[in-house]
Design a protein around this ligand. Structure first.
Ligand SMILES: NC(=O)C1=CN([C@@H]2O[C@H](COP(=O)(O)OP(=O)(O)OC[C@H]3O[C@@H](n4cnc5c(N)ncnc54)[C@H](OP(=O)(O)O)[C@@H]3O)[C@@H](O)[C@H]2O)C=CC1
Ligand SMILES: O=C(O)C1=N[C@H](C(=O)O)C[C@H](O)C1
Length: 242
């Protein structure tokens, strides 16, 4: 049975992953949290999952590379530097990074890319997300993933088009931009709405997470799929065959 090591094992996600792993046919090799050495776990797990914090990512990647153990990264709030480190690690081990491991959001990303491509830049795109009061990063990793899908559909990059949380006298909207708004409160698991606003009509594509097990199941499926894969950077759509 494939043994999964969890970075961030005592957190909200880590605990759900440990609970549902046996249902998906996996066992848990162990867990690591803040101020613990990530290296021994990388050596005795078959595959690692990281749902911790961006500041720990570099050490987790180094441990995975040193042990030759594949790594699924679910942690969000990553910077371009983190993504460069992931690309470098993926030259040595199999790595899958995604802001959302659920089936629903993975499919939503594909639908958003297609809609953006077909509608063109004259349809304004705004992405609204809401999460629980404990979430520390904004926009959410999922919102950014959806924004990247929309930008790809339009043949551009999110870096060129991104506008975060407007406030004050910001002026009229610039065509082609992709706006982000983040709400925080209560116990919301994760809601995302992608609004395509055209002349006299709107299309809204969205997803509501009702339970963290949707992310945990996806993470375990990704880990089982990634174990034994050659070095490279893989996607959740490949795991789910979408
Ligand atoms: N991709 C996806 O589908 C999803 C991604 N996420 C993302 O996963 C991450 C974790 O979310 P969540 O579980 O809610 O957060 P929590 O804050 O509940 O858990 C984070 C865990 O990481 C641990 N941690 C902190 N620093 C380190 C470190 N240096 N090394 C190892 N572990 C460390 C914390 O330990 P301690 O308490 O000791 O500090 C804690 O147990 C977030 O970035 C979130 O956005 C969440 C849900 C789905
Ligand atoms: O922190 C969370 O809870 C979640 N984080 C991910 C994100 O940033 O998109 C995924 C999910 O929405 C829950």
């Amino acid at each position: 049975m494939t043994a999964i090591g969890i970075y961030g094992s005592a957190g909200r996600m880590g605990r759900v992953i440990a609970t549902i792993a046996p249902d998906e046919g996996a066992s848990i090799a162990g867990g690591v949290d803040a101020r613990e050495d990530p290296v021994p776990l990388a050596h005795h797990a078959d595959v690692l999952v990281d749902f911790s914090t961006p500041t720990a990512l570099e050490a987790h990647l180094a441990a995975a590379v040193a042990a030759g153990t594949p790594l699924v990264i679910g942690t969000t709030g990553l910077s371009p530097t983190h993504h460069a480190l992931i690309d470098r690690a993926a030259e040595t081990v199999a790595v899958l990074q995604t802001g959302n491991t659920s089936l629903g959001v993975t499919l939503l990303g594909i639908l958003v890319e297609q809609a953006a491509q077909r509608l063109g830049p004259e349809w304004d795109i705004e992405i609204v997300e809401m999460h629980h009061r404990h979430k520390v990063d904004a926009p959410s990793g999922t919102a950014l993933l959806l924004g990247e899908a929309a930008a790809r559909g339009r043949g551009t990059t999110l870096n060129e088009e991104r506008v975060d949380g407007r406030a004050g006298l910001v002026g009229a909207r610039t065509e082609g931009t992709i706006g982000f708004s983040s709400l925080r409160g209560g116990t919301v698991i994760g809601d995302h709405q992608v609004v395509f606003a055209g002349e006299g009509e709107r299309i809204e594509l969205g997803h509501r997470g009702e339970d963290r097990s949707i992310f945990a199941r996806g993470a375990v499926k990704a880990a089982l799929w990634l174990a034994g894969k050659p070095a490279g950077r893989y996607s959740m759509a490949e795991v789910l065959g979408l």
